[in-house]
Ligand binder design. Structure first.
Ligand code: 3PY
Ligand code: MG
Length: 256
């Protein structure tokens, strides 16, 4: 089976740097795949995309050195299985509240006897290779999101779930859950402590820890803290700030 960059980076003891796509477009996905990221995530939860466009985006990412992954909208087995069949080599699942949900998530990603993934790997087989079925369970990466109070309180039991590679912190929802608003780079002490608690509990269980960040500077700081899967902002935010800077820069130049 084709290699999974995420596992290769982790084996080297480094932090994975992932792109995060909320624009539903294959060309954007292809550009992201050629931009130096270890993996490129298609966001089916909040991204402006549907399943058919996701498939085109995964095809575009497959033509680049980056590994394609998907954030599913919820812990919904049919959608998780569809993303895997479409060639996702990793799944991030939002709003994991307890061990039972984490177990259901992991089960949907593994073939029997370990899980209940239904057989029909479609693009997974084309992209992954003829031996996809033999290696998929081991190769696919599973990260459960911690971004609710229930999830935070159940961190220990979630991190103990067999087959879960680790957790992924959603700082915006976690900030909201803690009554602190959406804070991509929280300076609030309660949110800061909750994020560090996620990191330390994951590490205690020998699991990986990821986090969404508002910039590369924050992502670099998070990876030096010990997070080993970082996302430096989303395509839409980056496009907006680049467009805004160019628009403002051009106006200043004209006025000079
Ligand atoms: C969050 O911050 O809540 C996320 O889901 C990642 O953007
Ligand atoms: Mg969230």
């Amino acid at each position: 089976m084709r290699n999974n960059n995420i596992r290769d980076v982790w084996e080297r003891g480094e932090a994975v740097v992932s792109a995060w796509l909320s624009i539903g477009n294959a060309y954007t996905a292809e550009i992201a795949g050629w931009s130096g990221y270890d993996c490129v995530l298609v966001d089916l939860q909040h991204g402006m995309t549907d399943v058919q466009t996701m498939i085109s985006m995964l095809q575009a990412i497959s033509a680049t050195p980056a590994t394609p992954i998907v954030r599913v909208p919820s812990c919904d087995a049919p959608v998780i299985m569809k993303a895997l069949d479409a060639g996702a080599f990793g799944i991030i699942c939002p709003m994991i509240n307890n061990a039972a949900e984490a177990e259901a998530f992991v089960a949907a990603t593994r073939y029997p006897p370990l899980g209940n993934r239904s057989f029909g790997p479609a693009r997974g087989l084309l992209y992954g290779g003829a031996d996809y079925f033999q290696h998929a369970d081991k190769s696919i990466v599973r990260l459960g999101m911690i971004e609710t109070l229930d999830g935070l309180n159940a961190l220990d039991e979630i991190c103990a779930v067999d087959g879960l590679d680790g957790i992924f912190v959603g700082p915006n929802d976690l900030g909201l859950a803690l009554g602190k608003g959406t804070l991509g780079d929280p300076t609030d002490e309660t949110v800061r402590e909750a994020i560090l608690q996620c990191l330390s509990v994951a590490k205690k269980h020998g699991k990986h820890a990821g986090i969404f960040c508002p910039s590369s500077a924050v992502a670099a700081r998070r990876s030096s803290d010990g997070f080993d899967f970082v996302v430096p902002n989303s395509d839409a935010n980056l496009l907006k700030s680049a467009l805004n800077a160019e628009a403002n820069g051009a106006r200043v130049n004209v006025r000079k």
